[in-house]
Design a protein around this ligand. Structure first.
Ligand SMILES: NC(=O)c1ccc[n+]([C@@H]2O[C@H](COP(=O)([O-])OP(=O)(O)OC[C@H]3O[C@@H](n4cnc5c(N)ncnc54)[C@H](O)[C@@H]3O)[C@@H](O)[C@H]2O)c1
Length: 374
């Protein structure tokens, strides 16, 4: 097959290209090579001279779609705006409107594809699903975002609206959707538009909601995201990893290799068509536990510290249940320690690997997205 990967110069896109090339597919990449992810505005070395067609262009641009959709059988739409900054409209133009534009171009030409896979995110769950272990009222809750007043006082856990006791996170299934920031809304818009237009116009479409993806080739320069980069850079510079809030936030980090197996699976499996699936790590780790894994992998003797700050809009806990994709034969198999070790080997060999965490933090403090407690 000839396959277009938008955002293919990025982290997940380039691993997807590797896997699809390995399966004998022909690959074209459309990527705008945006800073800060691509500080030098060039396609990365690992994509050069491998027979991949590399197109520098923007998914918001109709002509870029017209050019790159020509002759392709399938599309992975991974190009996205995903930093945690305040240019709100960019999330929607890059993530949601670009997706509608792709179907618009396909429809205008009467072009059929055998598959479109769009990258959605665990972010669509917001705080996800909870139960109330200590309350006489039973039943699951899907809480909204935590209030700034509680966060300013360092009250991190979500509490039961009936009795005020702490809620307990559950593995969130695909039917719970409660996005509460621009990125999350734009990703939910993206997958909704894709699934709706895909069904209506007979273009088999799948949405994958990745949990926090870990592995080599993650950008060093996003102000937000990439816990692995931030912790590694600190630990390798002999500084303790800093955990926001109290470091007990739960996540289900997933290896990029598991994500790529999911990407490949849904290319051919027709049972996936018309659906959105969680792609998570199936193991709960707190932020501080994750920091410990990074510290150990780096061979450092450092204890994580609590930063005394929090990021506005962060979810307290979020865990994606993977039963639905599991029913198609997928499950995450890669151990997080091995992903961290692989990342450290790769990152320390990169010329651009330096500690940007202070720079990123000051940018987020200035924007008010990172705040001190109290
Ligand atoms: N990495 C994660 O943990 C994670 C989690 C959930 C969802 N996702 C989604 O997976 C996809 C890939 O993420 P990633 O981690 O590889 O990110 P990344 O930043 O490494 O790659 C994204 C790529 O998209 C390109 N891009 C940005 N704007 C573009 C535009 N207007 N036109 C064309 N290309 C553009 C960037 O230059 C970059 O190469 C994204 O859609 C993201 O929202 C990622």
């Amino acid at each position: 097959m000839k396959i277009l990967i938008t955002g293919g110069a990025g982290f997940i896109g380039s691993h997807t290209a590797d896997a699809l090339l390995g399966l004998g597919h022909e690959i074209r990449i459309l990527d705008t090579l945006n800073p800060p992810v691509h500080a030098d505005r060039r396609f990365p070395e690992h994509l050069q001279d491998r027979g991949i067609e590399l197109v520098d262009g923007d998914v918001r641009d109709r002509e870029a779609w017209e050019k790159t959709l020509t002759g392709v059988d399938a599309v992975y739409h991974l190009g996205a705006y995903q930093d945690y900054l305040t240019d709100f409209s960019t999330f929607f133009t890059t993530n949601t409107a670009s997706t509608a534009l792709m179907y618009e171009v396909l429809m205008a030409r009467g072009q059929k594809l055998s598959r479109v896979v769009v990258a959605s995110s665990q972010a669509v769950y917001g705080e996800g699903a909870y139960r109330r272990p200590a309350c006489p009222d039973s039943g699951e809750l899907r809480p909204g975002p935590r209030s700034p007043e509680r966060l300013d006082r360092g009250l991190w856990e979500l509490s039961c609206p009936s009795c005020g006791t702490d809620l307990e996170p559950l593995w969130t299934t695909e039917d719970t959707v409660r996005p509460h920031n621009s990125y999350a809304l734009s990703k939910y818009g993206e997958e909704s538009v894709a699934l709706m237009l895909g069904e209506r116009y007979g273009i088999p479409t799948v949405a994958l909601r990745y949990s926090i993806v870990q592995g080599a080739r993650q950008s060093f320069r996003n102000a937000y995201s990439d816990i692995l980069r931030i912790f590694s850079q600190r630990v390798l510079n002999h500084r303790p990893p800093l955990c926001y809030e109290d470091g007990r936030q739960l996540r289900d980090y997933v290896s990029v290799h598991d994500v790529i197996r999911a990407n490949v699976l849904v290319l051919d499996d027709d049972r996936a068509v018309g659906r959105a699936f969680n792609v998570g790590g199936a193991r709960r780790l707190t932020t501080c536990e994750y920091a410990d894994l990074v510290t150990r992998a780096a061979g450092a003797d450092l204890e994580p510290r609590i930063a005394g700050s929090y990021r506005v809009g962060d979810t307290r806990h979020v865990l994606s249940g993977t039963e639905a994709l599991g029913a198609l034969g997928w499950r995450p198999v890669v151990d997080m320690s091995s992903v961290i070790a692989e990342y450290l080997t790769w990152a320390t060999a990169q010329p651009g690997f330096a500690d940007f965490s202070a720079e990123a933090d000051s940018r987020m403090y200035a924007l008010g997205t990172l705040r001190r407690v109290g």
